[in-house]
Write a protein that binds this ligand. Structure first.
Ligand SMILES: C[S@@+](CC[C@H](N)C(=O)[O-])C[C@H]1O[C@@H](n2cnc3c(N)ncnc32)[C@H](O)[C@@H]1O
Length: 201
């Protein structure tokens, strides 16, 4: 899916839609009946696309500025019906029985380095870079429908194989939906599909 452009404004201090946002958007396949969870919604670039193609989306971000920015872009695009924007640390604010058919996360995924910036909350995912992603996956259990899909974009610098293995251990089939070379790294979109649990009689 490609953002048509011109529909998103970005507040100061909020992550502007970038290569990773667009790679993730291009990998997404959404259907009218999907119920989407956009984690780390930032400017709302993914939520706007999701609300345009589906019946509803919940958008979460730990940053109050990001949640305000997402709300503003949803309103500008007249997509407020079926939308819910919440400030929260990952999935901690979700009721235990809330389930989604599609979960999208463009996380902070870079390993810590010695240069800190005001964008670190959007960029840095821990010592190895994948700690926020692993915490998110742990919390995702019980919130994905059977056959539901999760899309995560990350860097080749933060061990996508370890993330993929963890997703497999949670009962997902995982494939690489897209890759894009950058200067010193490669962007990778992992797509996991939760396997239907067979009932044993
Ligand atoms: C790389 S930006 C992605 C923004 C937007 N989804 C996009 O694709 O352009 C990562 C976002 O995750 C948010 N974030 C970081 N840690 C988080 C956490 N623990 N819980 C929720 N959101 C978090 C940041 O505030 C930031 O807005």
């Amino acid at each position: 899916m490609t953002q048509k452009g011109g529909r998103i404004i970005v507040f100061e201090g909020v992550y502007p839609p970038s290569e990773d946002s667009y790679l993730l958007l291009d990998s997404l396949s959404l259907e009218e009946g999907d119920r989407v969870l956009d984690v780390g919604c930032g400017s709302g670039v993914i939520s706007v696309e999701a609300l345009e193609h589906t019946s509803g989306a919940v958008s979460l971000d730990i940053s109050i500025d990001a949640t305000r920015n997402t709300r503003e872009n949803i309103l500008r695009n007249r997509l407020e019906e079926g939308s819910n924007v919440v400030q929260a640390d990952l999935l901690t604010a979700l009721a235990p029985d809330t389930k989604f058919s599609v979960v999208v996360f463009n996380p902070p995924y870079l390993p810590v380095d010695e240069h800190s910036t005001t964008m670190d909350q959007a960029l840095v995912g821990g010592e190895k870079g994948n700690e926020v992603i692993l915490r998110f996956l742990e919390q995702l259990q019980g919130h994905l429908e059977d056959e539901g899909r999760v899309y995560i974009v990350m860097s080749s610098l933060s061990d996508p194989d370890a993330v993929s293995n963890y997703m497999e251990s949670l009962g997902m089939s995982v494939l690489i939906a897209a890759t894009k070379p950058q200067f010193f790294e490669k962007l990778v979109v992992l797509m996991g599909t939760l396997r239907h649990k067979e009932t044993v009689l």
